[in-house]
Ligand binder design. Structure first.
Ligand code: NAD
Ligand code: DAU
Length: 369
């Protein structure tokens, strides 16, 4: 039985990974460590009970004593490190927590693993898989792709904090022989994504008739990956990835932001036209595209991300399977079917953040330290 410590397992990708692993590897013991910040939500794991195969621990990755006792008592074999502050806009309005969690927290995780796993030679079966982002590479022009050799050039406090954490992971492999693998992934979408990110925010606002705030001219490009494809890629990187290596993961699905927003509007318009019950639940005169509002651009907004994922495809036999057009339809359906999940979030503190950010639809949140 592998004992796998999953940090940030109550967040978007982490909870999808727990659900995926329960199905793909039911013999593993999964220990989720999560601080339950605004982005962590135990409802994401509601079907999974504590027992032989699962344990939830509420705690901070900066708490070395807690990590030390978890490594010791649980005899951790594998770490899958998702825990992070993940939203670029929040890193602009308040970068401090990004430094504390993404840099100091990753450092504390590495220290705990180093203490309990003496070095590559003695660490058979051990892995520290660090989940990172393509944003560390900066911004692309109209052509070209990020490869594992692209120089780091982070542009936001979020991506700079993730870049720093990647460098620490690399250094722990080279200096201490920690068996670490880093994955750099493109934009994920799917169930349980917190509605501050583009896709869930646009789905929920289009359903409820609220403005759809498109930053700048809407021409920025992201490379979209369905979260279940990402979970399979992490599983493949755990099985086949080599310590000290990094692997890019992407969906080969580049889309302009404005095209995604219009696609979401047309999917919801179609549903309203063909289903009277749906139209009654989510009333709106005319097309959802009338809700689109171009707002002040994000400062330092990266123009384009696109991933070359040939390395993981050939090294681990992984390939993205979901097609964006079907994946986005499934995702709209998920948010329609799980209204109580997002209504609870939208009625809480998170809404104050967005109220502040988009009163007048043109302001960034006030600076916090
Ligand atoms: P998320 O914000 O949805 O979830 C983050 C989770 O980490 C939450 O459950 C939160 O409670 C927990 N957490 C935060 N600070 C913590 C701390 N100090 N101690 C313990 N737990 C803490 O994030 P996500 O979108 O699921 O992203 C997960 C990881 O994947 C992050 O490392 C992110 O940088 C990376 N990533 C995300 C994407 C994406 O598109 N979402 C793409 C590439 C990489
Ligand atoms: O590329 C991987 C990264 O993708 C991850 O590392 C981050 O954790 C994740 O948040 C995501 O970052 P982005 O900044 O690309 O995602 P976001 O959903 O915030 O924005 C996607 C694009 O949509 C971006 O160009 C900004 C734009 N946008 C976003 C929001 C929230 C809008 O136009 N309007 C919005 O309201």
């Amino acid at each position: 039985m592998r004992k796998i410590l999953i940090t940030g397992g109550a967040g978007f990708i982490g909870s999808n990974f727990v659900i995926y692993m329960k199905g793909a590897h039911p013999g593993d013991r999964l220990i989720v460590l999560d601080k339950l910040t605004y982005a962590g939500n135990l409802e994401n794991l509601k079907g999974i009970k504590d027992g032989e195969g699962f344990r939830f621990v509420k705690g901070d990755i900066n708490d070395f004593e807690l990590l030390d006792s978890l490594f010791q008592k649980e005899k951790i074999d594998i770490v899958v490190h998702f825990a992070a502050e993940s939203h670029v806009d929040r890193s602009i309005s308040g970068p401090r927590s990004f430094i504390e969690t993404n840099i100091n927290g990753t450092f504390t995780m590495l220290e705990a693993a180093r203490r309990h796993w003496p070095g590559v030679a003695d660490a058979a079966g051990k892995r520290f898989l660090h989940v990172s982002t393509d944003e560390v590479y900066g911004s692309l022009g109209p052509t070209g792709y990020f490869t594992e050799e692209t120089p780091y050039s982070p542009n936001s406090p979020y991506s700079a904090s993730k870049a720093a954490s990647d460098h620490l992971v690399r250094a722990y492999f080279h200096t201490y022989g920690l068996p670490a693998v880093t994955t750099n992934c493109s934009n994920n979408y799917g169930p349980y994504q917190f509605p501050e990110k583009l896709i869930p925010l646009m789905i929920i606002n289009a359903l409820t008739g609220k403005p759809l705030p498109v930053y700048g001219d809407g021409q920025n490009v992201r490379d979209w990956l369905h979260v279940e494809d990402h979970c399979r890629a992490i599983d493949a990187a755990l099985e086949k990835g080599r310590p000290g290596e990094t692997y890019n993961i992407g969906g080969r699905s580049e889309r302009k932001n404005i095209d995604i927003v219009k696609l979401i509007c047309s999917i919801i318009d179609e549903k309203a036209a063909s289903d009277k019950g749906f139209a009654g639940e989510y009333p709106l005169d005319g097309s959802r595209t009338s809700l689109i509002k171009y707002v002040t651009d994000r400062p330092g907004h990266d123009k384009r991300y696109a991933i070359d994922c040939k390395k993981i495809e050939s090294a681990a036999g992984w390939k993205a399977e979901e097609n964006f057009e079907s994946g986005i339809r499934k995702t709209v359906d998920w948010y329609v079917e799980n209204r109580s999940w997002w209504e609870r979030i939208m009625s809480g503190e998170y809404m104050d953040y967005y109220d502040r950010q988009y009163k007048g639809l043109a302001k960034m949140p006030k600076t916090q330290s």
